[in-house]
Design a protein around this ligand. Structure first.
Ligand code: PPS
Ligand code: ADP
Length: 193
């Protein structure tokens, strides 16, 4: 059973009360967090309850001690997916700007949501690695190039791009507001905003 609300007929209050998880997957510095923050502002202004489960922050608490091996990344994703589903099934719009490089990990999160009848949207923030490495918000690309770190997603570690996301955003070709608007339109189309 799905909890998605029919946008055409549902009152605004019901749409605002419908929970969902929106997972923004993409490379480091792709713009996942920036777009999630812009969408969160808009949703909150419209009366939605919103939580952002940011990969970076989660690794400080919920996933403290985990590294970036395939196993640790999967554990991280499943933990975030678990919390996201709990929140979403209680009426929260959950935005997860988390790399989630492996298709199987993402599929497991989607399956958990499907089992519970909780709406789940996969969004690929498809900024190319050349643009991400120029932005290099945290200096990781420079460190990898200098040989100070290895295993950087999209450079010397895998990134399995989604083959059929609910939405693929060419985020580098448009302003942040347009990316957030595209995501908002998707939520509206699904009866979630
Ligand atoms: N080796 C390596 N590869 C990828 N990312 C790295 C690495 N080391 C540190 N970081 C920084 O960790 C931030 C959070 O990563 P995530 O939890 O989203 O990664 S994962 O989904 O578990 O793969 C991630 O945050 P974002 O840049 O916001 O995506 C990175 O900045
Ligand atoms: N068109 C754009 N869309 C999204 N972010 C952009 C864009 N142009 C520049 N940026 C910048 O790129 C950086 C992306 O960083 P961030 O959102 O933390 O990425 P991620 O969460 O994917 O690691 C931010 O500093 C943001 O201001």
């Amino acid at each position: 059973m799905t909890t998605t609300v029919d946008a055409a007929t549902a009152p605004a209050a019901a749409v605002a009360a419908a929970g969902a998880t929106v997972w923004l997957t993409g490379l480091p510095s792709a713009g996942k967090t920036t777009i999630a923050l812009a969408l969160a502002d808009r949703l909150r202004a419209e009366g939605h309850r919103v939580e952002i489960l940011d990969g970076d922050e989660i690794r400080t608490f919920l996933s403290a001690g985990l590294g970036f091996s395939p196993e640790d990344r999967d554990t991280n994703i499943q933990r975030i997916g678990f919390v996201a589903e709990l929140l979403a099934s209680n009426g929260v719009k959950v935005l997860a700007p988390v790399i989630a490089p492996y298709a199987a990990s993402r599929a497991a999160v989607a399956a958990r949501h499907a089992e519970q009848g909780t709406p789940y949207l996969e969004v690929h923030v498809a900024t190319p690695v050349e643009v991400c490495s120029e932005r290099d918000v945290k200096g990781l690309y420079a460190k990898q190039a200098a040989g100070e770190i290895s295993g950087l997603t999209g450079v010397d570690d895998p990134y399995e791009a989604p083959t059929a996301p609910d939405l693929r955003i060419q985020a580098h070709t448009q302003p942040v507001a347009d990316s957030a608007a595209a995501l908002h339109a998707l939520l509206t189309e699904r009866g979630l905003a």
